[in-house]
Design a protein. Sequence first.
Length: 440
Amino acid sequence: MKGFYFCSFKVLVCFWLVQSSVLHAADKSVLLAAQNMLNQGQSVEALDLLNPHEEEYAGDKEYDYLYGLALLDTGDPAAAVFAFQRVLAIEPNFAGARLELARSYFDMGQMERAQREFLVLQNQSPPQNVSDVIDKYMAAIESRNLQNRRGWRGFLQLGVGDDSNVNNATSADSFLGFDLSDESRETSSSVISTMGGASYDLPFNFDSKFFFKASINHRANNDASYTSTVNYDGLIGYSKSFGSSSDLSLALQFYTADVDGEFNNKGINLTGQYTLNFSPANQMGLFLRGGNVDYDQQFDSKDIDQTLYGMSWAHVFSGESRVSMVLAAIGGKDTPVDENSPYGRDFAGLRLSASYPFTHRFNVYFSVGATDSDYSGNFFNNNQARVDSQADVSLGGSWRINKTWMLNALIGKTDNTSNIEIFDYEKSIVMFTARSEFTP
């Protein structure tokens, strides 16, 4: 398929040269240099050349066209879509840009949108060489080989950092007249996190597939080993796409968690998610999850059945910044298995996340959220029902070194306030991670 893409790219460059007017507005030398790099297959170098000028030249159709090509050929079709859309907003009949827009949708797996753009091009009676390229893509859409969509993917991740309160415990020294043990008080620790996982997609027709995922995550809290954890996760799911308008997925998840080398809890849940795609820049998601958490025998009072539901809205701002934002609202209920357990609760929360790509390789993200929990049980023979309010904020950055490796940095703070003092706690965390994603 790469040979096919390269061949079509050479055709597109020729087609664009026929259509383009004399370069203007943007620096002609920059655009010519970028065009030469793209002609020679140096897409990364072209992107590095064009990227610093985006704020200055965005809206110039020649710049946006070349910038979109560089983004697409370096593996960022989602960002390329916005560049090509800017071109078409200025010149709707720019066939080269529409062809690359269709190609971007194809690479994103949005086949219906890709097909729609290819059909527009076919109706414009393009030259025979361009028509041949379109026919190949249309054939690939209609009879895409399912075997090419099957396959394994994996990742490995290593992280180091510091957590000011690894056991999410109070800073108080005593409670109800009793001195608290070290394990029951706030404890800071350095952290080493290792994680690995794999997934497999198994399509059975054009719009539907089964998927399988598994991962293991070990977190070593070096100064408080009694809080070190190992989590094992497995998931099997089904997803279906209803054209470009919506998607549905169902997933059954199993997990088990060890603390300090011993079993602590396990769980199973079923999650359904429905996504409505109003446009490439606006998306709404609805989800519902039901399951249970089963603790070790000595913690049986914490066993619960849980229901969780929510709604999210995602928006990608067009123009120069390409900032994306997600607003999510959740609600849920924990129902204790033991009717005498105090751990039953109703909870609700909000979260706002935002991401800003400074460059095609460096991205900054921010998240803030809050959750309120009203407990129905009685803790410590206290006649007052427990009420918790938790707020958290985090700021991070990611740097993609290449298609395989990514570095991440994160700082975060969590504040949990409760009307029962022992459940009050604060924590701050700093983490640095390196992640490798690969296909066998």
